[in-house]
Design a protein around this ligand. Structure first.
Ligand SMILES: [Zn+2]
Ligand SMILES: [Zn+2]
Length: 116
């Protein structure tokens, strides 16, 4: 279970420092588009209802609100603020380029040499 130690709003991105020391950076617009709330994603089908082209290029996060210990909610400059971003989802969409494979327990590649 991932926890955010610190969440910062910078010029162009949201920066999250994780409890394990990992740093993630999410450009505002990409994070806005990744919103998975009921207004942006159709619950039954997973279809994206959000018109991506309607998201301004200069959108930014106005504010954020921690949701318990598992998620964060952003208020965007386009007035949208219903999206809750679970930390596990944010870790999955981290684009830092690091290998995150050890974080995602894929059953088919369980290493046999687990001991030291
Ligand atoms: Zn949304
Ligand atoms: Zn990363």
């Amino acid at each position: 279970m991932f926890e955010a130690k610190e969440i910062r709003l910078e010029m162009d991105d949201v920066v999250i420092e994780w409890s394990d020391g990992h740093m993630s950076r999410y450009p505002f617009r990409e994070l806005r588009i990744d919103c998975a709330c009921a207004a942006c994603i159709e619950e039954m089908t997973g279809r994206q209802l959000l018109d991506v082209l309607s998201v301004p290029g200069d959108i930014f996060a106005v504010d954020f609100l921690p949701v318990g210990r598992y998620a964060v909610q952003f208020a965007w400059s386009d007035g949208h603020s219903t999206g809750i971003y679970p930390f596990t989802m944010l870790r999955q969409i981290c684009r830092c380029g690091d290998d995150h494979s050890d974080e995602d327990p894929a059953p088919e590649q369980s290493p046999r040499r687990a001991g030291r």
